[in-house]
Design a protein around this ligand. Structure first.
Ligand code: ATR
Length: 271
């Protein structure tokens, strides 16, 4: 029987996941389809029951359901449990639903596609929200020690405490010249009308600067870093890699990420 997959969220119309997964199914000759499903918060429980009853082989979970879905699942991968958020659900052979979180690992893969595996690098993560949390746990698991800088220092300190190593500080105290890798996850700096989260005037040319946002492809923060001569990494790689890791959980096949990244970047207007 044809397998079917979905992404649930609210809003969902903008999601690029259906196009990406359907392109991979076609490329790999897999008889499956992937559909976007608009699920509001009050319909979340009913939607999960429907996905079970109707036999979805797996689905992605996006804003605003990544945390609230947890009680409806039967099993959690340890990393998803630590993160307290799920973006991928797999229907196991016995029909039980298992939650994973591939966001942080997706980010790490996209970073390392450019930097290589550099656990000794000095890394500062800007922000301490849900996205930063996922990245922090995935990077710590891969051997990196992080500085986490946030407007509200206590939130950064809470993640550092959970990790058991690293340093928390205020965004305003970040000296950009001290880092090899800077990762921007805050919602500041998205619009040119707002101040950038940190001062990049002392950024080193050898530094790598990543943003998790992929639309616009080059955020005002990345643009400022690029002007300083740093290598910039947009959010397309994270999006594609989180999807590829989910795809692999569902089908035990790793799809091609490089050509998918190039094709989405081209759609979004190139670099
Ligand atoms: P997400 O799940 O996308 O990470 P979130 O949990 O709402 O979203 O987190 C948003 C992040 O952006 C937080 O780190 C937040 O800082 P606070 O913890 O101090 O709220 C940060 N952020 C939002 N607006 C900001 C601004 N104007 N300046 C600096 N940081 C900002």
């Amino acid at each position: 029987m044809k397998k079917w997959f979905a992404v649930i969220g609210d809003p969902i119309a903008h999601s690029k996941s259906p196009e990406m997964h359907n392109a991979w199914f076609a490329e790999l000759g897999i008889d499956a389809t992937y559909i976007p499903l608009h699920v509001t918060e009050e319909n979340l429980a009913a939607a999960i029951t429907s996905l079970r009853v109707l036999g979805s082989s797996g689905f992605n979970v996006t804003i605003p359901h990544k945390e609230k879905i947890i009680p409806y699942l039967d099993e959690l991968d340890p990393l998803a449990k630590k993160m307290g958020a799920v973006n991928t659900v797999v229907r196991l052979a016995d029909g039980r639903l298992k939650g994973y979180n591939t966001d942080g690992l997706g980010f790490l893969r996209s970073l390392e596609m450019v930097t290589g595996h550099k656990p000794e690098a000095k890394v500062v993560l800007l922000g301490a929200g849900g996205a930063a949390r996922g990245i922090a746990f995935a990077m710590a698991q891969a051997g990196y020690t992080l500085t986490i800088a946030n407007r509200t220092v206590a939130r950064a300190q809470a993640i550092i405490d959970e990790l058991g190593h690293g340093e928390a500080m205020a965004l305003s105290d970040v000296d950009a010249s001290a880092y090899d890798i800077i990762i921007q996850t805050t919602s500041a700096g998205l619009s040119a009308d707002f101040a950038l989260p940190i001062d990049v005037s002392r950024l080193r040319k050898e530094a790598f600067v990543a943003d998790i946002v992929y639309n616009p492809l080059v955020t005002p923060f990345l643009r400022a870093a690029q002007k300083q001569g740093a290598t910039i990494i947009n959010g397309v790689g994270m999006f594609v890699n989180q999807g590829a890791i989910a795809f692999n959980h569902w089908l035990d096949v790793m799809p091609d990420t490089k050509s998918m990244i190039a094709s989405i970047e081209e759609q979004l207007g190139g670099n």
